[in-house]
Design a protein around this ligand. Structure first.
Ligand SMILES: NC(=O)C1=CN([C@@H]2O[C@H](COP(=O)(O)OP(=O)(O)OC[C@H]3O[C@@H](n4cnc5c(N)ncnc54)[C@H](O)[C@@H]3O)[C@@H](O)[C@H]2O)[C@@H](O)CC1
Ligand SMILES: Nc1ncnc2c1ncn2[C@@H]1O[C@H](COP(=O)(O)OP(=O)(O)O)[C@@H](O)[C@H]1O
Ligand SMILES: [K+]
Length: 484
């Protein structure tokens, strides 16, 4: 499991650790890891030109000490001091002793244009708001000049706790973060600014609490969740998932949800709705019923909503069932909030940003700017588990207060019509197989993201390709975990 902790928790843990280690030790650990990552990126350090953007805090100190290390290895290092009267004194002395030089922002253009590498040490977890004008101008110059950029701890200008970006922020190729990931490194739009992320261990682990702010499943975590049939299994014991989806207008949504559900671990898929013939033509193994959800026979979980059109009656009927229910797409609009809140069995809602915005009464852009807050807010309002889809997929458990799962496997190729329907079938199938709503949502998103990658291989795909690649994703999770 990859975990991320918010700034307040990191600060508390750092205080506790600092009380037990020699003064300055943590910064030296951070700087050593940072310099090593820069050396890896450069390939050869000797003769390279490195520019440090140095702000007023310890983030700048990290950059200066790392710059000193690179300078000792033969790099030409220039520090641009954004706050010359408040520069980290120890770091500055170390850099100057190692042969580095300093320059004011006004005189930095030449050095930036010649640089092989720029280290962003403007602000770290002490940053508030976007970059200030002088730093923003430097960031624009760096972006235009195009050297590799390594962000120290996190890209300056992004919100470490939320992933929000207020104003301008550094765009990095690599972020070297210390002690633990911060939520902003895993949640867009900030995540996009971070590039790839490397975690440097500074010994913080033992001081961090058990419950992080965010967690991201890895192969081993998902492998442990995947349902596997045993000797005693039959199709009913593996779980039956009911899919109430599709309409005369959108029969394809039913097919795609069933396509996902058939690959999600349930023993059988029961389809209810007006697209039965279309579903059967594509998937003859589906149990099709032309009666409503109540009369369709027992299921262990329902998926309702994809392509449902205006069929509020079916949504209400499904919500009245005493089994886990996944509500997606049109179902989200048609569901009565009180009925969702009143359910005793788990509910998993799977909106994209537009659907979440409609439920919250805000704009889509507002949701995309503050995904974490939106997912938590919906989970609180509906007392349901909420999987918020998009470039970052988040799963907040019912109530919204606990740890939020973030999915790291997605690819932008999944932004294709109907791929959400596949996800709803897949996650609903995992619910029917016995996973709780948080696990079903996050393991479903994980497999779905991986399937998207495998199906796409860097080229456009349709949603049915994603569904067809789910078994490959499943095998990859299971087999790579066995090898690890
Ligand atoms: N505390 C520790 O034990 C460790 C801290 N480390 C580093 O220390 C950093 C935190 O250092 P600080 O607490 O000094 O905070 P920062 O260096 O992140 O920033 C604080 C300073 O930046 C200014 N500032 C805030 N927002 C700004 C903005 N938008 N534009 C320009 N300036 C702004 C503040 O006025 C303050 O002077 C971490 O991110 C990490 O890089 C590491 O050395 C590891 C150990
Ligand atoms: N930029 C992106 N990067 C990664 N995944 C994305 C991106 N955009 C969309 N997705 C994923 O693609 C799927 C689209 O679902 P959805 O918006 O419901 O589409 P539809 O309604 O057409 O089925 C979701 O799983 C979502 O997380
Ligand atoms: K930084």
């Amino acid at each position: 499991m990859r975990t991320a902790y918010c700034v307040e928790t990191v600060r508390r843990a750092e205080r506790e650790l600092m009380a037990r280690v020699p003064e300055g030790a943590l910064m030296q650990r951070a700087a050593a890891g940072l310099a090593a990552a820069c050396a890896d990126l450069l390939g050869r350090v000797y003769g390279r030109r490195v520019v440090l953007l140095v702000g007023s805090g310890d983030n700048g100190g990290d950059a200066l000490y790392a710059g000193a290390r690179l300078s000792r290895r033969g790099a030409g290092v220039t520090a641009v001091l954004l706050a010359p009267d408040h520069t980290h004194a120890g770091g500055l002395t170390a850099l100057l002793r190692a042969g580095g030089r300093t320059v004011a922002p006004a005189g930095a253009e030449g050095a930036v244009r010649r640089a092989d590498l720029v280290l962003d040490g403007i602000v770290g977890i002490g940053g508030r708001g976007g970059l200030r004008p002088e730093a923003a101008a430097l960031a624009a110059l760096v972006a235009e000049a195009g050297p590799a950029v390594v962000a120290v701890d996190l890209p300056s200008g992004v919100d470490a706790d939320t992933g929000e970006v207020h104003g301008s922020a550094i765009r990095a190729d690599l972020t070297v973060t210390f002690g633990t990931h911060k939520p902003g490194l895993l949640v867009d739009p900030a995540r996009e600014h971070a590039g790839s992320v490397r975690l440097v261990d500074i010994g913080l682990g033992a001081e961090l609490p058990a419950e992080p702010e965010l967690e991201a499943l890895q192969h081993a975590d998902v492998a442990a969740l995947l349902p596997t049939p045993g000797g005693e299994s039959d199709k009913y014991r593996r779980g039956v998932v009911g899919v109430a989806a599709g309409s005369a207008r959108y029969p394809g949504a039913a097919v795609l949800a069933v396509a996902g559900a058939l690959r999600g671990g349930a023993g059988a898929v029961r389809y209810v709705g007006p697209a039965g013939d279309t579903v059967l033509a594509r998937f003859p193994e589906t149990l099709v019923s032309d009666r409503g959800p109540k009369q369709a026979g027992r299921v262990q979980a329902w998926v309702v909503g994809p392509g449902a059109g205006e069929d509020a009656g079916t949504v209400a009927e499904v919500l009245a069932a005493d089994v886990p229910v996944l509500v997606d797409a049109d179902g989200l609009r048609l569901a009565d909030a009180g009925a969702v809140r009143g359910r005793t069995a788990p509910t998993l809602m799977t909106p994209h940003a537009g659907e979440a915005a409609a439920l919250l009464g805000v704009t889509r852009e507002e949701v995309e700017r503050a995904r974490l807050a939106a997912a938590r807010e919906l989970a609180a309002r509906y007392r349901a588990t909420v999987l918020l889809k998009g470039s970052t997929t988040l799963v907040a458990d019912a109530g919204g207060a606990g740890v939020v799962r973030v999915n790291a496997t997605g690819t932008a190729w999944l932004a294709t019509a109907g791929s959400g329907d596949v996800l709803s079938g897949l996650a609903g199938s995992l619910l029917a197989a016995g996973l709780n709503a948080l696990d079903a949502g996050s393991a479903g998103a994980y497999l779905h993201g991986l399937a998207g990658r495998f199906a796409a291989h860097g080229a456009p795909v349709g949603a049915h390709d994603v569904a067809a690649a789910i078994p490959e994703a499943w095998r990859d999770v299971r087999d790579r975990d066995l090898r690890d």
